[in-house]
Every structure is written in structure tokens, then in C-alpha cells.
Design a protein around this ligand. Structure first.
Ligand code: 13P
Ligand code: SF4
Length: 329
């Protein structure tokens, strides 16, 4: 658990201090699109889970300050073990990871020995180690289309992403019953009211949304996909059904357009802010760079086991694996 910051940092110019420490430490600051705007603005790179994994694998920095959630920082450590990886708040978890304890997942796998395990990156290192191929929301479609149609698959932990892929590709993957609490909170009734108020405004949704939201979407895709859609749609208003901090990038790129976060059950989109992502703050990032803590540490055997399924994702996402190379790891 991350200890609360007890020292008084109020006199510090945090932005300047973070810049100073980033140089001193030869650190790279990676941030997910769901981070607070002030963190996105100072990051060296802002991206989706796949892009952040690639950056972590490629960087020549000595330190990776990961402004995202724990499974993302763990992925950085798995791919770049020689780097120091700090996460400003070690409690920045994910409801999907929590829904999938490794022991239960191991039993699920063992019960389906003829299935390969295709697993969403939003899971623990231990679940990655039990999986054959990892996917992110931006790589899932490319990867699934390379898996022979007669190959049975178990998919976890997000049942909505898995269900979306099943519908789109006509597959019958067995789904682990996890959900993202953030995307689960969008309200269909409130979304329909919002659409009525903005006739003609398209809806862009993340595939972690339940089907009753995805069914109203004009575009379904990862955070980077939604951002691309926002940059190319012809209208002036877009309804965005994913964590609302991504709207910051849309407003920077297209200040003349209107981006509206899809509402939750009370008609207010605040319930769609990811409570885990929100734990990272400028203060905690400053302390993490200064003290090089809290740091991701991982048992080497676990890291190597988890790396196999991640490497498969990186290869398949860039199309460098042939169909004959697939199957259980
Ligand atoms: P992306 O891979 O689309 O960035 O999604 C990550 C995530 O946690 C969505 O909730
Ligand atoms: Fe996890 Fe959902 Fe937060 Fe993404 S938005 S990190 S899936 S809880």
C-alpha cells in the first residue's frame, strides 16, 4: 500500500521539480489517456495500453514513471526488467484485475484443456503467466483474426470486450465474468436522452461498455481508436462513452468541436471517472521520481512466464506471427 504523503509540498513548483528530476534520473514519464490533464500535459508520451507497452519495451531511459494503473506498470517491468519502474500510487488497481484471482483462473483453464487462453491485458502478472496470448482493446481484433476459427478459446477477464469480439467475429469464446466498474456505469436511458438533445451527434464507445451502450455507438474501439475517430468525424459534437479524461486530448486537438462525456445513472458523468487512475497526482509523481518509490518488483520466474504471452501479443499485433505458430504456450 502507498503511504499517504505527510510532508508539506505546497511551496514547491511541482511541474519544475518533476522536470528537474526527470532529467536527473534519466526518466521517461508515460501516461494513459485516463490520467488527469496536468499529468497528461507533462508526460513524455500519452497513449493507450498497447502504445504504452511498446514505449516501455523500447525506451532507453533508466527509470519509467508510469502514470496509469498497476497492471500497466507491471507490464512495463515485464518488458523492461532492467529499468526502475515507479507507479505514483501502488493502490492504483483495476476492477478487471480484481475480478480474476489467479487460482480461480488456473482452475478455469484446467477445466478447458483444449482451449487457448486469450487474455485482456487488464489482469495480474500471474494471470498473464497462465495465458497464451495477451490482447489490448486496440490489438484484440487483429489478433483474434489470426486465430483459426476451429480453435476453442477462453477469454478473460472482461466479459463485455469478450462478448463484443464474439459478436463481431462470430466466435464462441468462453467468457470470464469480469467487468470494468467505470464502463459498466454508463446509463442507456441517460445516453438516449443525451442523443435526443444532440440529434446527429455520433457516439464513440470503448468495448468495455456493456452491449446496451455499444449498440448505440457509431464507433467502437480502444482509447486510441476513439481519439482517432474524434479527429476524423465530420460533425461538430461527439458523445464519448469511455473514461472522460480522454476528452482532454480531443479538446487539445480540436478546440472548436464539442465533446460530451456519456452520462452515468444519475445523469452526471463523474461516476465514470476511473477511481484507480485518479489516485495518481502531481505530488505523488514528484515523490516517486525523487525517492524512486513505490517501485514495481517482480519475481524473475513469474516475469519470464508472463512475458511469453505479452511477447506473443506484440508479435501478433504487428502481424509477424503466422497461423501455424498459434496454440497453447
Ligand atoms: P485502452 O487499451 O483502450 O487504452 O484501454 C485501457 C483501459 O483500461 C480501458 O479501461
Ligand atoms: Fe480498470 Fe476500468 Fe479503470 Fe480501465 S477504466 S483501469 S478497466 S477500472
Amino acid at each position: 500500500m502507498t503511504a499517504p504523503i505527510r510532508e508539506n509540498l505546497s511551496g514547491l513548483d511541482l511541474r519544475a521539480e518533476i522536470d528537474r528530476l526527470r532529467k536527473e534520473r534519466n526518466a521517461v514519464i508515460l501516461a494513459h489517456y485516463y490520467q488527469k490533464p496536468e499529468i497528461q500535459d507533462l508526460a513524455d508520451f500519452v497513449g493507450d495500453s498497447l502504445e504504452l507497452s511498446r514505449k516501455a519495451a523500447e525506451t532507453d531511459a533508466d527509470v519509467i514513471a508510469f502514470c496509469g494503473v498497476k497492471f500497466m506498470a507491471e507490464t512495463a517491468k515485464i518488458l523492461s526488467p532492467e529499468k526502475i519502474v515507479v507507479l505514483p500510487d501502488m493502490d492504483a488497481g483495476c476492477s478487471l484485475e480484481d475480478s480474476c484471482p489467479p487460482e480461480q483462473f488456473a482452475r478455469f483453464r484446467a477445466a478447458h484443456p483444449d482451449h487457448i487462453a486469450l487474455t485482456y491485458i487488464n489482469c495480474s502478472a500471474a494471470v498473464k503467466a497462465l495465458s497464451d496470448i495477451i490482447v489490448t482493446s486496440s490489438s484484440a481484433e487483429t489478433i483474434i483474426s489470426q486465430i483459426p476459427e476451429d480453435q476453442p478459446i477462453i477469454f478473460g477477464p472482461d466479459r463485455h470486450l469478450g462478448g463484443y469480439l464474439n459478436r463481431k467475429f462470430g466466435r464462441e469464446m468462453l467468457l470470464w465474468p469480469g467487468v470494468c466498474i467505470v464502463h459498466e456505469a454508463f446509463s442507456e436511458t441517460e445516453l438516449l436522452k443525451l442523443k435526443a438533445q444532440h440529434p446527429g451527434a455520433p457516439v464513440a464507445a470503448h468495448p468495455e461498455c456493456p452491449p446496451h451502450i455499444v449498440d448505440h455507438a457509431d464507433y467502437v474501439g480502444s482509447t486510441s481508436g476513439i481519439l482517432q475517430f474524434a479527429k476524423s468525424f465530420p460533425g461538430d459534437t461527439l458523445i464519448v462513452a469511455t473514461e472522460p479524461h480522454i476528452i482532454h486530448q480531443m479538446e487539445l486537438a480540436l478546440p472548436e468541436k464539442n465533446f460530451i462525456g456519456a452520462p452515468g445513472a444519475d445523469g452526471n458523468c463523474n461516476c465514470n471517472i476511473c477511481p484507480y487512475m485518479a489516485l495518481n497526482t502531481m505530488e505523488k509523481l514528484y515523490v516517486a521520481l525523487r525517492d524512486l518509490q513505490p517501485r514495481i518488483e517482480m519475481d524473475e520466474e513469474l516475469r519470464l512466464a508472463a512475458r511469453k504471452s505479452l511477447d506473443r501479443m506484440l508479435e501478433m499485433a504487428s502481424g509477424t506471427v503466422g497461423k501455424g505458430d498459434l496454440g497453447r504456450a
